[in-house]
Every structure is written in C-alpha cells, then in structure tokens.
Ligand binder design. Structure first.
Ligand SMILES: C[S@@+](CC[C@H](N)C(=O)[O-])C[C@H]1O[C@@H](n2cnc3c(N)ncnc32)[C@H](O)[C@@H]1O
Length: 201
C-alpha cells in the first residue's frame, strides 16, 4: 500500500505528540487518531483560530484534546453515540461540550454554524456527513475527514482489499472522486489519510 511507504517516516516526525493521550487510547482499547494526525489537528486549530469546532465521532477524546491544545479558547462540541467512550472523554477533558448523539441526527436538528468540523465517525457515512456538514459550516470554514485513504486500501486493487473493508473502500473512492471535482480540497498522507475541504465564502 502506498501510504505504508511514507508513514514510517511521517510517524517518526511526530515526536511532539502527546504520548499520554495515546497511552489512554491503548489502555481503553479504542481507536483514535494517529500521533501525526493529532499534531496536525493541534497545528491546524492553532493557525485557523476557530471560534467554534464541531467534532463528529470523538471516541475517548484524543483528537478533541489535540484540538483544544491548539485552540484553548474555542468552543468545542464533541459527539459520540458510544456512551462509555463519551463518559471517559468527559472525565478527562474540561471545557468541552460532550453530546451523546448520532452525528446525522444531531446535524439534522441543530442550527448552529461552525468554523471547523472534524469527522472521524463511520467512514461509510462520509458522503452523507459532508452533505449535512456543509450546511453547518460558516463561510470560509474547514471540514476535516480522518482515515480517508483507509490504510492506503483506496489505492489497492479490489482483490487486494480485505473483505471487511471492500464496501467502505468503494464508498471512499467515489467520495474522493466527487470531492475532487466539487470542492476546494487537499489530501494529506498522514495517519490513514486526512481530507480537508474548504467551505467557500
Ligand atoms: C475512530 S473513533 C474516534 C476517535 C477519536 N477521533 C480520537 O482520536 O479519540 C470513531 C468514533 O465514532 C463514533 N461513531 C461512529 N459512527 C457514529 C455516529 N453515526 N454517531 C455518533 N458517533 C459515531 C464511534 O462510536 C467511535 O467512538
């Protein structure tokens, strides 16, 4: 897989990552952003200076805390429908609005607008999430999707993709193809791939 060629080097550069956060994820046996993605989120929030951030699928809050480190003054709303992960995140981060909700339901019933939206929930829902997230984004805001390259499987031949990923990989390939023609965007080969979409003014 193409990203495997690059990732060991990129990961080696993530020396400023917060090891305690990743130790938490390991201890809790929960998926979380890779250290290089965490550092990128901290850098991005530091430079964008968003007032309001929406996080869709916060898990135990590793990515949440990176974003909070970059923008400590920002109002962050972080969602997950896994109660025990959300409770853990709540206990370990202060000053965040944690919401127990399904990401699509929440976006459908909420009228708030955000400067930045970070998405790390179910990958097969990414196309639908983009549809609703664009409505929740302030002009000039940014949507960030994690795991967009699915460990590099989006570049593989179908026969090389493990069965459990084939459906989601096809969804992500179509999603990327559409984003490429419809949105100002950028894909970074860090972690398992990060997609940034700019919300036109
Ligand atoms: C990869 S984990 C997020 C890890 C987090 N970014 C971190 O770094 O700690 C994905 C999370 O999304 C949540 N999730 C998936 N689909 C969801 C949905 N439709 N609504 C709410 N949460 C969802 C899962 O419960 C899971 O905790």
């Amino acid at each position: 897989m193409k990203t495997d060629i690059l990732n060991p080097f990129v990961k080696g550069l993530a020396d400023g990552a917060d090891e305690a956060l990743h130790a938490d994820a390991k201890l809790m046996k929960t998926p979380s952003v890779e250290p290089d993605v965490g550092m990128f989120l901290e850098f991005l929030t530091y430079t964008l200076k968003p007032e309001k951030i929406l996080e869709l699928g916060c898990g135990i809050g590793v990515s949440t805390r990176y974003m909070q480190k970059g923008a400590p003054y920002a109002h962050i709303t972080a969602l997950d429908y896994n109660k025990s992960r959300l409770d853990y995140a709540h206990q370990n981060c202060t000053g965040i609005d944690f919401v127990f909700a399904d990401v699509i339901d929440f976006m459908k019933r909420q009228s708030e607008k955000y400067d930045m939206i970070f998405v790390d929930s179910m990958k097969k829902q990414y196309p639908m999430i983009l549809y609703y997230a664009l409505k929740k984004l302030k002009p000039g805001g940014v949507i960030v999707f994690d795991d967009i390259l699915m460990y590099g499987h989006v570049f593989s031949q179908d026969c090389e993709v493990p069965d459990k990923y084939i459906e989601v990989v096809r969804t992500l390939r179509n999603f990327i193809a559409r984003v490429k023609v419809e949105h100002r965007h950028c894909i970074l080969p860090i972690g398992s791939g990060v997609l940034l979409i700019y919300g036109e003014k």
